[in-house]
Design a protein around this ligand. Sequence first.
Ligand code: M6R
Length: 614
Amino acid sequence: MCGIVGYLGSGVAQEPLIDGLRRLEYRGYDSAGVAFHDGDVFTLARETGRVENLANVLQGKGSQSSLGIAHTRWATHGAVTVSNTHPHLSYDKKFALVHNGVIENFSSLKKSLLHKGIEFSSETDSEVLCNLIAYHYSTLSPNSDSFIQAVSTALSESRGAYGIAVLCLDNPEMMIGARRGSPLVVGIGEDANFIASDASAFVGRAKEAVFLKDGELAILQGSEFRITNQQGHVSEAVAQPLDQTLEEVELGDFSSYMEKEIFEQPHALQNTLRGRFGDDGTTAKLGGLEGHEDELRNVDRIVFVACGTARHACMVAEYLIEKLARVPVEVEHASEFRYRNSPKSGRSLVIAVSQSGETLDTLEAVREAKTKGLLTLGITNVVGSSLARETDGGVYQRVGPEIGVASTKAFSSQVCLCAMLGLALGRMRDLSPTDGSNLVEALLGMPDLIAEVLQKGEEIRELAVKYSKAEHLLFLGRQSLYPVALEGALKLKEISYAHAEGYPAAELKHGPIALINPECPSIFLVEGTKLSAKTIANMQEVKARKGPVIAFVPEDIEIPEGAADDIFRLPVAHEVIRPILANIPLQLFAYHFARLRGLDVDKPRNLAKSVTVE
Ligand code: M6R
């Protein structure tokens, strides 16, 4: 959602700030702004629309300051206007603030500030926080301690979620960051330190990062920094090396991050798999689960919690883990789980899956599970994310930053890790060494099979050209391909805005068949199992009603003449690998379909990469 970047160093802040905002564009936003500490005043530039608009305004002018904060806003309180765009200046023009999150009690705080005669120039909750800080500061003597105290007091009066960066005119060498529920990270560079909502904002400029915990403040002063709690007690600043590379966060030869991330999958999945199998080659060894072996052996139910694409990965996991480990699995929308009081035994394991590790509903579901005393594990791509920190154990996806709003490589690696977890749990129970080693072999061979599918990308582009006028599409599959159908439909609708729905193929006759007509293509995912014949029968029912059929089918399954208009052949693979393989052409189909409509696949309307509010 919104993005924050702040710079305090010996150079000019403008370029790293604008560059940082460009790197945060993927999070989704509708306006952007920057404030520079320019001695007696803050120089403010704010624009609706793209970061590029802001960069153009600043070109040739701007500021030579070496202290500044910048923001991309995704509107929550108030329309997309310049006055609602961050940074906000306080009523006395002494403070500049950028904020991610939502201040839930902003209207009562605003009322009390209005009573004190303080005026507002935006509709945002963030300006309320800025004015509250300024008000508290006005009651103290003007110095750096008062700056810290004013921020702490204002935060202690605020309810809700925030990640903030604040500047004070009286303190030209100081920037304060704070977080509760919204990620914030300090970047440590040679000539500058940074505060950002996401480390990608300063990759290439900082060598190490310190991820703030909820309730912590980062106080950057000159070339030093310290981390404290709101009471001012200094906490240990654990600096982690920044292992992201510029190549990972830049587009290179690709025209979009989505395309780059789809084509990165063979390599990305190799990273997910690397070094994670036991020496005897029959099981998976996931370091983040060490120390929990006894609990895992005794688990009698697994509950997955996640949102969006990550939830679809969990739905695939339900089929895989139940088959491999014979443990009952449930998948819940994190947003439902957190408010539902379903009975869970002490032997239930809750697994939260989130690419960003910052999705608020998923984090709240974990917190609810912990309140109930349940063991929690996390599967996430982002090192140091809230999910990684708050769960009892977990596994990193290791696929490199996913920048395209539409999740692609993250889905594949999440399913892959769930299969590995199923393998590990299965081997602790009754999965045979032979079945274990067959699966290990299949998993290790998967990156090559993904590459094989990607090589046929042109065939998918042609399919997208043929069907690009369709406004309604159905995606159908059975068993572990049913969640893949859901994911294919989600991918298409989120980036092309066509209406698409996923169903279990057998559900067709229970309603969706009413939609079938020559303008509504049905995309069938055919398993390589005994059930294939049933799915093919469903395809024929659609053809009988003049509905176009596109079939994605393993090479060894025969499709009767006339049962499909178009057939895309998938490599023959172990059944655990099939859902990952079947999803790859659907990612490409959505990608081409949206591009043919002239849409920006990386910045779909209304969507944010990481949903850190409820
Ligand atoms: O970061 P997370 O995996 O927790 O994100 C969950 C969803 O918001 C995300 O998968 C969303 O559905 C994507 N736009 C899907 O492409």
